[in-house]
Ligand binder design. Sequence first.
Ligand SMILES: *Cc1c(COP(=O)(O)O)cnc(C)c1O
Length: 417
Amino acid sequence: MTMPEHGRPIDDVIAELNAKRARDVRWQDGRTFGMVYDGGPSVHEVAARAAMLYLHENALNTKAFPSLGAIQADVVRWTADLLHGPQSAAGFMTSGGTESILCAVLAARERGRKERGITAPHMVVPESAHAAFHKAAHLFDIKVTKTKVRADWTADTDAMANAVGRDTVLVVGSAPQYPQGVVDDVPAIAALARASGANCHVDACMGGFVLPFAERLGRPVPPWDFRVDGVTSISADIHKLGYAPKGASVVLYRDKALRAYQTFVFDDWLGGFYASPNLQGTRSGLPMAAAWAVMQHLGIDGYLRLTDATLRNADQLRKGIAAIDGIRVLGAGTYHLVAMASDPAAARSVDMFALGDALLERGWFHDRQGPPDSLHSTVSNGNTGAMDQYLKDLVEAVEGLANKRSADRSTNYATLE
Ligand SMILES: *Cc1c(COP(=O)(O)O)cnc(C)c1O
């Protein structure tokens, strides 16, 4: 298909976009376990109306759009309060978890360089931590020591302690980590940072808008946020379980001095003073305003309601999987991330990727991950009402597999084209 020589009417263009969507996953029916997190009709409406208002606005320059400066300040403050940041806490909005993590890693490198004279920076990253940390290491030329997880899938903090050296600028924990959904021992990881002078980043891209509400709902939540001494920065994605449209995350620091290491300021070209809070230049106001609007619309009680529904869905999923011979849940996670794998103790051997294919045929989308081969579910409010049907289909799919093996052994957290 080539670019049209002559422009087409709006209705034509939109009709074609609608047609293109026919093969996309049906998240509106609660059939995806990831990618889209559905807060319900009123959340869609407030996001859509805010998005229309800010479709064209640009946060590159908040002198032109002071409203976007105020929106960012509000969202950052609210998030810091949820995560028990001190009054000194400071941060920025970014386009997503990856950008928040890139910024935090860069800040750790710059702090190590300026305060400790480190020229060959190094960071300690558990193998369960998100791939974005490795992307950051690649982009910013930082050496990584990847450490093992324990049998319960949490970071092996002894291995991390052994890996910390003179040039370590950052140690990483996750709350929770993505693959199995368990929360690392953040106090032990933060203690390593305190003892070595390194930063400690807690990746709460997934948990940032779940754990604070789970705690208020009376669920057990280990210490992980700014209440833990030594935690210097945290990432939390509003566009995941914060239920905002894509393009909204927050990176927070314990204070402005730590935050200053992520910013870039330049005043030596022909265009004038250039100050950059994150990795972007031109910066859409749309996701910022939509996130602000969703957070205002939901409020604490709205998030408590969505978190309660989410965790009940996840509990039902874990229980359902445990009741099926041949598959099991990896780890003892209690939040919204569930990894399902074959059960070596069972008589029946299940190929998880063949199971993934069978579920996809029934319209259910999971990430395929590993090692070990497993199907990942990020459960959210969007799955409410679909869980009974899902578990019915899961039982049938497992039964129908016999000894079928999928020829496709690839995993698919993210793709290129
Ligand atoms: C999603 C996620 C990220 C990356 O966030 P993006 O918004 O996809 O860039 C980082 N860490 C964890 C734990 C995540 O779940």
